[in-house]
Design a protein around this ligand. Sequence first.
Ligand SMILES: [Zn+2]
Length: 197
Amino acid sequence: MKNAPALPIEVDSETGVWQTDGLPMLYVPRHFFVNNHDMVEEAMGKEEYAKILYVAGHKSAHHWCEHESKQHELKGMDVFSHYLQRLSLRGWGLFSFLSDDIKNLPLSIRLDHSAFVLNARKFPNKSKEGELLCHMFAGWFAGATDWVAQNEGLEDGFVCSETQCANVCANVCANVSDNGAGNKGGKDFCLYEVKYK
Ligand SMILES: [Zn+2]
């Protein structure tokens, strides 16, 4: 079944700018975004690029949480849940908490249908086989967790990494059920862990 977008989108009739909750947004083809991502990664080296993306993502997530907490009068982990919901509604993949107790770490986030994995399946690239592809989201989750910690008066300084990627089993589990049963060791979803440095 195909649905219309389930989040508010406004388009300014004079400027053409798209907005959701007063935040300007860009609507771009997935392949365009991932091609840019891949080319920068190739030019800089994955490790170096991942470091920069992490810092930028951390900052942006923090800004987003601050804005949305005011916009919707949300606090603490409700803001993070809202974040995962909105990311899911914007086509990055379907995000859900497996563990969301900030006082009982690690936090654990599951990502199904990651945009990076789906794009890699549509445009297979030998050099990416077996790689964790979705590191871009790690900085976002560290930033959101730091925001929650500051909002709740807890110690901040969280780190996040993708610990499992559906791309690792792209060739063997494209058709398996969502619990990953039947594939050779990999699971057909990505996982992130958030903990203290
Ligand atoms: Zn992944």
